[in-house]
Write a protein that binds this ligand. Structure first.
Ligand SMILES: [Zn+2]
Length: 484
């Protein structure tokens, strides 16, 4: 009681303490598992009929499932930036392959480290979540391992030149491979509390799961053998609309994608078992989430990072606090990735940074107060001619309405309670609230601060015009001034 009182009187000093005493950590361990490119609707706990995710489902049965969780962007860097800062992409500035986190924004790992946590990050997305882009900040240990492979290896997702100018093809580690790196880094549970961030890559294209997961969901193995391997390059070409797929081809890609999910779910199960063996479960907060979804031609496209429709933004979010009894609850209130850092900090008994935008969600199944959700996608000059969008766009959701704004000044409205797949575009004449468009535009104007305009100027000569059309600036506004 005395210690609690002292903490109440001098919270900051307590937070900066070592975070443990003679009986072990006084704060919970926090384990954040990000599974890249994982659609919520392909997990059993989200109603998928295939048994892709028994281990995630088992965690969800004890914890809380947020059934309407979305990402603030549809590709890795801006989404994980928001997951680590509780800020919108425009605010943390990691909006393109050339932009990293603004050095002035504080990260989740920095917050935990300041509170005495040992912070460990093992990230399989070596292409976008990098030390150079600011994502290693606040981690006592950071690694983003990758494997150099032959140029023709179908799982290669990236190429880079070494000091001698030799071009290397690189692939991400499988979940099982990444686990070996993770397990080496986990200290005994009785030491300081840990903040562990593990980022798996399996569902990301190519869709080349290892056996037996490769065969597990194939509807037509004979047809599969006749088709080109679903390598990352092949999926990107498909996304750029150079390849026709057809319904059978689409089904096959979904089968292989589901195999990747089953494969990473097994790796997640292995991680949970390992933590249990090491004595963690009794005092640990777990969160399982994805950075974005994946398109399978629901709106005609493939891959991710191209649109802001549901298939690109809807992500799983499962939260479990092992200090409490099993909950097994679902929450229908829409939430987004900005809510997760605030939640983890609150569950660890720390004070959130007042600049954080997210809400602290409960691990007990209670619904948070509603708030509108914004998603952004920025033009990326590095991917010009490839699969990144050619223009900026944003989406604004105030349940049950959502508006997506592309180049034009008008939006596509959807009514999500009646049309969760966002198939029927509505207009104001159908009852869509015109004020939603204005409300979204006002919000994005508010989040553009003067120092952010440099970021947008660097995106290219026509970026400013596109951003003006989307409402990021007032027309005729002096460069570098905040809009509102
Ligand atoms: Zn991603």
């Amino acid at each position: 009681m005395a210690a609690a009182l002292l903490c109440g009187l001098a919270l900051t000093a307590c937070e900066r303490g070592p975070g443990y005493d003679a009986d072990g950590p006084t704060r919970p361990h926090v384990v954040l598992v990000v599974i890249d490119t994982l659609r919520a609707d392909h997990l059993g706990v989200y109603g998928y009929p295939r048994n892709t995710s028994p281990h995630i489902d088992a965690l969800a049965a004890r914890g809380v499932v947020f059934r309407r969780a979305t990402s603030p962007s549809s590709w890795t860097r801006p989404a994980v930036g928001s997951l680590m800062t509780s800020l919108y992409p425009t605010e943390h500035a990691a909006v393109s392959a050339q932009h990293g986190l603004d050095p002035q924004v504080s990260t989740l790992a920095e917050r935990f480290r300041a509170a005495g946590y040992r912070t460990i990050g093992v990230c399989g997305n070596f292409a976008h979540i990098t030390d150079r882009a600011g994502f290693a900040r606040g981690f006592d240990h950071w690694s983003s391992p990758k494997i150099v492979v032959d140029e023709n290896n179908g799982d290669a997702i990236w190429a880079e030149r070494n000091w001698w100018g030799v071009r290397h093809s690189l692939r991400a580690l499988t979940g099982a491979e990444l686990n070996r790196e993770v397990f080496q880094r986990i200290p005994p549970a009785r030491e300081r509390p840990i903040f562990l961030y593990v980022h798996y890559m399996d569902p990301h294209s190519g869709y080349l799961p290892p056996s037996p997961y490769r065969e597990r969901f194939l509807r037509d193995p004979e047809f599969d053998r006749e088709q080109p391997a679903a390598t990352s390059d092949w999926v990107r070409d498909t996304a750029a609309e150079k390849v026709a797929i057809g319904e059978r081809g689409r089904e096959r890609l979904l089968d292989l994608y589901d195999g990747e999910i089953a494969s990473v779910d097994a790796a997640f199960g292995e991680l949970m078992a390992h933590l249990e063996e090491r004595g963690y479960p009794g005092n640990t907060v777990y969160a399982v989430v994805s950075d974005h979804g994946e398109e399978f031609a629901e709106h005609g496209g493939w891959f991710h990072g191209l649109t802001l429709y549901r298939e690109s933004l809807a992500v799983p979010l499962v939260l479990f606090d092992s200090r409490a009894d099993a909950v097994g609850a679902t929450v229908d209130t829409p939430v987004d990735l900005l809510d997760l850092p605030t939640t983890l900090i609150a569950l660890a008994g720390l004070r959130p940074d007042p600049r954080m935008r997210g809400r602290a969600l409960g691990a007990d199944g209670r619904s948070p107060a509603p708030r509108p959700l914004l998603a952004e996608l920025h033009r990326d000059p590095l991917f010009e001619g490839g699969v990144r969008p050619r223009s900026h766009r944003w989406a604004f959701t105030r349940w049950p309405w959502k508006v997506i704004v592309h180049r034009a000044r008008e939006g596509e409205f959807f009514r999500l309670d009646r049309d969760p797949g966002e198939r029927e575009v509505l207009g104001v004449e159908d009852g869509a609230p015109a004020e939603l468009f204005r409300e979204g535009r006002t919000l994005i104007r508010k989040i553009v601060e003067p120092r952010r305009t440099d970021t947008f100027e660097a995106l290219g000569p026509d970026a400013r015009e596109a951003l003006e059309a989307l409402g990021y600036f007032r027309r005729g506004q002096t460069q570098g001034r905040a809009a509102d």
